[in-house]
Write a protein that binds this ligand. Structure first.
Ligand SMILES: C[S@@+](CC[C@H](N)C(=O)[O-])C[C@H]1O[C@@H](n2cnc3c(N)ncnc32)[C@H](O)[C@@H]1O
Length: 234
């Protein structure tokens, strides 16, 4: 489906390039993302997103960053959890975090648009606060579809492009960060919003992918997209 000027999402050059999240910036992000209130949220989301999965299910978090969410899913003790991230620093930080938490998570370095996993490997794929960063969004969706088993679901949670500056300020207050970190986070979110997708854009993106359709809900500055690989689609 055409996006702008006859190009598609997959062929469109994403003009705003983010700096790679390595070294200092990754360690800074891990610190501001690891506050008590956010860790409590990861804990809640881990239970919520995995509800209904059978014991022994295989769960993949793509763009797992510092690994907080993957570790919370592993703490539930019922699943085999894998994390994938393109940043070496994040893979190391996440592996350390899992070790300290005393849980087993297989954190791997790799690109979401060329995942180092066999087809039909996972029951659930989760991606938080990262999809807007992907340079090849349709390839990322196609890869999620490939690695999911029939009937498996990909859940993408990210910023909603259709939010206001006031919505962002409210969200940052909720994070209870100190002055400088709050300022930096507000600025980053305002910048990141320009890369994010609105629900309408996400529907068109899904239509270009192997999933074809998706279900979208919005909440605060975020949206949640659920994409199901139908049974018998292989
Ligand atoms: C804003 S961080 C989010 C990290 C984590 N999901 C969270 O919620 O804290 C974005 C993440 O996407 C990762 N990333 C960006 N492009 C990627 C790609 N093509 N493949 C895998 N990971 C990618 C970055 O390294 C970074 O860890």
């Amino acid at each position: 489906m055409p996006f702008v000027n006859g190009t598609t999402f997959e062929t469109r050059e994403r003009r705003l390039r983010l700096p790679e999240m390595e070294g200092f910036i990754a360690r800074w992000y891990a610190r501001i993302r690891g506050t008590e209130s956010q860790l409590a949220e990861f804990r809640e989301q881990a239970s919520h997103l995995t509800a209904g999965l059978p014991d022994g299910a295989r769960v993949l978090e793509v763009a797992s960053g510092p690994g907080y969410h993957a570790v919370e899913m592993a703490r539930l003790g019922r699943f085999s959890v894998t994390g994938l991230d393109i940043s070496r620093t994040f893979v190391d930080l996440a592996s350390d975090h899992a070790r300290r938490a005393g849980v087993s998570v297989d954190f791997r370095e790799g690109d979401v648009s060329r995942m180092p996993f066999d087809a039909d490997s996972f029951d659930l794929v989760v991606c938080q606060a990262a999809f807007k960063n992907f340079r090849r969004p349709v390839a990322a969706l196609d890869e999620m579809h490939r690695v999911l088993r029939d009937g498996g679901v990909a859940v993408i949670q990210d910023m909603n492009r259709a939010v206001s500056g006031a919505d962002i300020a409210r969200e940052v207050r909720r994070m209870r960060l100190g002055g400088f970190n709050a300022f930096m986070t507000r600025r980053s979110l305002a910048m990141l919003r320009r890369r994010a997708y609105s629900p309408a854009l996400f529907e068109r993106l899904a239509a270009e992918s192997a999933f074809r359709t998706c279900r979208i809900t919005t909440d605060g500055i975020g949206l949640e997209v659920r994409l199901t690989k139908p049974v018998g689609s292989a």
